[in-house]
Design a protein around this ligand. Sequence first.
Ligand code: ACO
Length: 343
Amino acid sequence: MKKTTPRSPRPQLLPRSVSIIGTGSHVPARVMTNAEFAARKELDTSDEWIRSRTGIIERRFAGEKEFTSDMAAEAARRALSNANVKPDEVDLIIVATVTPDMPFPSTSTFVQHKLGAKRAACFDVNAACSGFLYALEIGQQFVAAHTYNTALVIGAEKLTSILDFTDRNTCVLFGDGAGAVVLRSRGGDSHGILTTCMGADGAQGDLLKVPAGGSRCPASHASVDGKLHAIRMMGREVFKQAVNAMNAAATEALARCNLNGPDIALVIPHQANLRIIDALGERISVPRDRIYVNLNRYGNTSAASVPIALDEAAHEGRIKRGDLVLMVAFGAGFTWASCVVQW
Ligand code: ACO
């Protein structure tokens, strides 16, 4: 039997502040443009419709042999290198995903093996598009409580594996990719994760789901023929709820920190629809130039969207030391989550 990860002793230690000490992301090379969807006559869609209703211009599609764990591991390598942390220093790996490599083992264990992070405990989290912020909260708690010193939190998706490419209501919206952060305490530094909020409304699960593949409807010829392994979404209802829930989650996180929208240097919202992002900005009084948007290039990458955007924003110099950053997401379940970080 292998030894489990050594833990720090835990006698009555006060919670410590936790910082994001490195970020990384990875998207597949293949670019799928709106024009390519428009060229499929049977879809009856257009670049103009997709662009004006969603803000998406292109997205990335993973190759047949490129799995969620591959993208997650690459994003994680970049985050570790950015943080100057070696794989064997990692105590915990959490992967947020709705598209695991397989039902089990967890995708995080595949990532552990690919990284050579042999000391790390591993598990996955499923909170759909809010998954990364749920995982961030969990990782943060472990480090704050001194249970672990170094946590790797990843959001990764191969959504093309659960798309129905004959359904124009959904297939044009999503893309593949991964983003990762490394969490550690920086000692006495009061910067770091200031607050996290999470919520859910399980009564609305039917509005956005993959109906088959679980215990309720195991895979069968009928489930495959009925395309029940693909995303089904009531877009208009999801849209309304997304605006309300993201506003409420953002407002709660700001209130807990005694902050207002104008105090925030950069908002990193879940990248689902530009109209949702604009409505959020308006409600929390943050102008567009302080809201990070990359869904024009990647579409909705579910749990990967916030960490990819965070990594790009950090590398583009959009976030400086001391800046207040608000992250907020909404997804199937419904679930929502938010987080304020002082960089
Ligand atoms: N091309 C052309 N026409 C289309 C397309 C398309 N790709 N998709 C839908 N349409 C049509 C519809 O069939 C409908 O036609 P009809 O009026 O003849 O019935 C018409 O466009 C309008 O459809 P709506 O659904 O009302 O369009 P809407 O403006 O609401 O935009 C969209 C749809 C983009 C899906 C939007 O509702 C949305 O972004 N919803 C939220 C998605 C979201 O936030 N998801 C977050 C979580 S995702 C997760 O957790 C995995």
